[in-house]
Write a protein that binds this ligand. Structure first.
Ligand SMILES: [Fe+2]
Ligand SMILES: [Fe+2]
Length: 330
């Protein structure tokens, strides 16, 4: 018996459109992986390209807010941690662009779409990092939210995306811990340090809750993504998980989350919380956040300044290819 790349026996031997569709649906229904060489519906491919590219862009743009503090880190230890963290984010971007390329799209094309504003990145990276406490709070909240989002993506139906997420999540867990550890140090420090932490928490809490996207009733693509098992949980469910995970950590740190409606709901066994300002989310996504222009400008400059690296890499690859061709001819 023949099997497909994902190990699924073909639903039928045919290759007509209905057979292909049937085989794809059987793979999804069995919770098996769709691989690059498998047939997939155009909508599935388009959705994945959009989601993986936006994820990749977010990792790359997401380096900026924290990178701003590398040269101002208060100690060698903090500098080393922050450097490692920011470099990890670059790595995440690279895995994800590679995963997107398995769907038949070129990384240079995705980069153009970002620079031309045709593809987005996470709204959270359009907020400024005003103090070093922001580095800690980003690790705690933003990487914590990334973990909530990305752990279920390790079971996403598209193989290359799911596999990239396994390593990414391990690194996100380090990012979250380094942020929390930094904040624990600061909250045990001076009054001024504690106030700095509380101020950063106040500024980042609501934008972090917005990272999960609009509420479910306003999230038109979610149902299809869940049916295709690209996405495993709804925006609201993931937001709730993040709140439930973070509240006890806030208590342990001795900081207050800026939400008067936040309280434990005995009946639900979960926390109740207020509604983020989703109009703000829409404005920031549209480009009107505090740092959108700055982030894009920086990305554009970095891309232009990196032209020589791309040229050198392409020339090196061409030289290697012609050498191996000569080797084969000999
Ligand atoms: Fe990341
Ligand atoms: Fe991270």
């Amino acid at each position: 018996m023949t099997t497909t790349e994902s190990g699924a026996p073909p639903a039928s031997g045919g290759t007509g459109p209905a057979d292909l569709q049937e085989r794809f649906e059987a793979t999804i229904a069995r919770d098996q992986r769709v691989e690059p060489r498998d047939w997939m519906p155009d909508g599935y491919r388009r959705t994945l390209i959009r989601q993986i590219a936006q994820h990749a862009h977010s990792e790359i743009i997401g380096m900026q807010p924290e990178a701003a503090w590398i040269t101002r880190a208060p100690s060698l230890r903090r500098k080393a941690i922050l450097l490692a963290k920011v470099q990890d984010e670059a790595g995440h971007g690279l895995y994800l662009y590679s995963a997107a390329e398995t769907l038949g799209v070129d990384r240079a094309e995705l980069n153009d779409r970002l620079l031309e504003g045709r593809q987005k990145y996470s709204s959270i990276f359009n907020y400024p990092t005003l103090t070093f406490a922001d580095v800690g709070v980003i690790g705690w909240f933003v990487d914590g939210a990334a973990i909530c989002n990305q752990v279920p993506l390790c079971r996403s139906s598209y193989g290359p995306y799911a596999r990239a997420m396994v390593r990414v999540c391990k690194e996100e867990s380090f990012h979250q811990r380094q942020g929390y550890e930094l904040l624990r140090t600061m909250t045990r420090g001076t009054k001024a340090q504690r106030e700095m932490v509380q101020d950063a928490v106040n500024r980042w809490w609501w934008p972090s809750l917005m990272m999960f996207g609009p509420p479910d009733e306003n999230s038109p693509n979610s149902a299809q993504s869940m049916a295709w098992k690209i996405k495993r949980h709804s925006n609201d469910e993931l937001r709730q998980r993040f709140v439930d995970m973070t509240v006890p950590q806030a208590e342990a740190l001795g900081v207050t989350l800026p939400d008067p409606e936040l309280r434990w709901n005995e009946e639900r066994g979960r926390y109740d919380f207020g509604t983020p300002d989703f109009d703000e989310l829409v404005r920031v996504i549209k480009g009107e956040g505090p740092c959108n222009a700055e982030r894009m400008e920086r990305r554009r400059t970095a891309h232009e300044e990196g032209a020589w690296v791309r040229e050198a890499a392409a020339a090196h690859a061409a030289k290697q290819a012609s050498r191996s061709k000569r080797g084969m001819a000999a």
